[in-house]
Design a binder for this molecule. Structure first.
Ligand SMILES: Cc1cc2nc3c(=O)[nH]c(=O)nc-3n(C[C@H](O)[C@H](O)[C@H](O)COP(=O)(O)O)c2cc1C
Length: 331
């Protein structure tokens, strides 16, 4: 089936090719932090716990949407979910389109038996929403035990994807409708090319609860999908988008709900910078997939533990005992 084949290709290309932005960085590298060499707390006092859409996290971190829909995806999802459960952080499932088209694929997304407590986001593309009723989407979320629905807004990816749907007519209205009618909270995410103030201002008129910025500077989805076909378009648009730091800042100006710093987040320090710019937590995708490919559940756990340790050390060096203290720090 086309969706399953595409999923396999995405995993292979993401793992084997160079798919990062080439000349554009997240902008987080330019954020200067006010190092405090005389903090009045001890490292062990630092409390990294955070809250997101009603769930408590041990650290302001989630694994962004990656996969689902194939046997290989099932193992990836389960390894990631087990590590997230152990560490007390959140996880996003990959697009549930495959299971909506083919219900027997449900178990390739199902992780609640190994991760009963984590914040778990379901996922759908904005262009696919019009194909499914509110009831059908509600059912797909409850079948995997999701706490929320993340809708990906990916015009750039769709425009370059050989089998894409570059047609967003009615997508905003459908997001607005779902944000009112679904029992679970709805939030939106990009896939690595960023959400700017124009979109954030529009989305602020709906009932969505969060924006996961997925800005430019990390994995280029124009890059990945252009390697499946439209290479010339890919060369021109590879680095297209709004860098993560800018995206966080612009969304914070326009939107009162939660914000996730994501797209090219590669350290706990990046997450700290994102929070100081206005985010509530951070999200990481490709490095987690690579850690899983190299070391399975243990590999994911070790990688995420390192990120959490970096958040803790960074907070200590800024004299921030809690995430709320961090949010009060000046840029
Ligand atoms: C192999 C792979 C598959 C992905 N599939 C999805 C998806 O199904 N839905 C979605 O919203 N985002 C998907 N993403 C995008 C990520 O959630 C994230 O937005 C993007 O990779 C940028 O983050 P990064 O720089 O940390 O990788 C996928 C990412 C990877 C690496």
């Amino acid at each position: 089936m086309a969706t399953e084949k595409r999923k396999e290709e995405h995993l292979d290309i993401a793992l084997k090719e160079s798919v990062s932005f080439r000349h554009v960085a997240t902008g987080l590298e330019k954020v200067q932090l006010q190092y405090n060499c005389l903090p009045d707390i001890s490292l062990e006092d630092v409390d990294t716990s955070a809250e997101f859409l009603g769930k408590k996290f041990n650290a302001p971190l989630m694994v962004s949407a990656i996969t689902g829909g194939t046997e290989r995806a099932k193992k990836i999802n389960r390894d990631i979910a087990k590590a997230c459960q152990k560490l007390g952080i959140g996880m996003g499932l990959g697009s549930q389109r495959a299971m909506l088209e083919k219900p027997e694929l449900k178990d390739t997304y199902y992780v609640r038996d190994v991760a009963p407590d984590i914040f778990l986001a379901g996922n759908m593309g904005a262009t696919q929403l019009r194909d499914f009723s509110v009831e059908k989407i509600e059912k797909a979320l409850s079948e995997v035990g999701a706490d929320a629905l993340a809708i990906h807004l990916n015009a750039a990816q769709e425009a370059v994807q050989p089998d894409g749907t570059p047609d967003f007519r009615g997508a905003f209205e459908k997001i607005a409708e779902l944000s009112k009618k679904l029992k679970k909270p709805v939030y939106v995410k990009e896939v690595g090319h960023g959400i700017g103030w124009i979109t954030a201002r529009k989305l602020a008129k709906t009932n969505i609860r969060a924006i996961d910025v997925q800005g430019a500077g990390g994995t280029s989805w124009i890059g990945i999908d252009s390697l499946r076909g439209n290479r010339e378009l890919g060369e021109t648009f590879w680095d297209f988008g709004i860098p993560t730091a800018v995206s966080i800042f612009e969304c914070r100006q326009e939107f009162k709900g939660k914000i996730i710093a994501s797209g090219g987040i590669r350290s706990g320090l990046d997450i700290i910078k994102g929070i100081i710019l206005g985010a509530d937590l951070g999200g990481i995708a490709l490095p987690v997939l690579k850690a899983q490919a190299e070391g399975g559940e243990k590999g994911v756990e070790e990688y995420l533990e390192k990120i959490i340790r970096e958040i803790k050390v960074g907070m200590f060096l800024l004299n921030a005992r809690t995430i709320e203290d961090l949010k009060r720090k000046k840029k």
